[in-house]
Design a protein around this ligand. Sequence first.
Ligand SMILES: [Zn+2]
Ligand SMILES: [Zn+2]
Ligand SMILES: [Zn+2]
Length: 263
Amino acid sequence: MGASGPVKITVLGSGTSVGVPTPGCHCDVCESSDPRDNRLRPSVLLQYDGHNVVIDTTPDFRTQVLRARLDRLDAVLFTHSHADHIMGLDDVRPFNFRQQARIPIFASADTLSAIQRSFQYIFNGGEQQSSVPRLDIHTLNGGSFELFGQEFLPVRLLHGRSSIYGFRFGRAAYLTDHSEIPEESMEQLRGLDVLFLDALRHTPHPTHSTVERSLKTVEQLAPSRAFFTHICHDLPHQETEDALPPNIRLAYDGLEITVEEGG
Ligand SMILES: [Zn+2]
Ligand SMILES: [Zn+2]
Ligand SMILES: [Zn+2]
């Protein structure tokens, strides 16, 4: 992959689709005073060479970019079209205004058509009385692509019966929602420094990985460091981490990791 400088990864949200605390729930994790048990919907911010790229625009996108004090947004990559990954898309408008420019978005054809159905008003092309996001659409076909000098490789994952994308960039990869990683994708994930991956809870789930399953994936891929994300309220941060090997941690909102070599 093309050489480049360091990439700083900030976890904007480490929670599952309903977030933690989960509305209506009064369990120990939902009522925990440990800030790491507060999880917005799943997303990461990648910063490199003066550019800001986010993976997915969650329903919490506005809160997340305010919290990260983001003053510029250069691109959005989408993993798939589930509501917890796309519903904040309307909130890119302030960046359109500030930057006086369209924002490029990257997604598979399936994800793009679902985004177009969910946000018809953005794409209907008619004269708009109020502002709508202004986007440049890029369709991913599985091949790698370059974005502001960093190479990105879409990595196919199985999320129950649907096929979605994770992304590898240099020596890091972000693999949210998946129940299985196809063998050819495993081959694309060798030699990683940092691996983020789905670990919803301990109990098996038809569309998500679990702590136990993701531990096996980490064993197979042997990255230097791994971070579990898309976490539900079954997992108290401290207690869960205490039972993990030292190179595997639970992601939490606000966690910052720098990958030295974009590679
Ligand atoms: Zn999700
Ligand atoms: Zn709860
Ligand atoms: Zn999903």
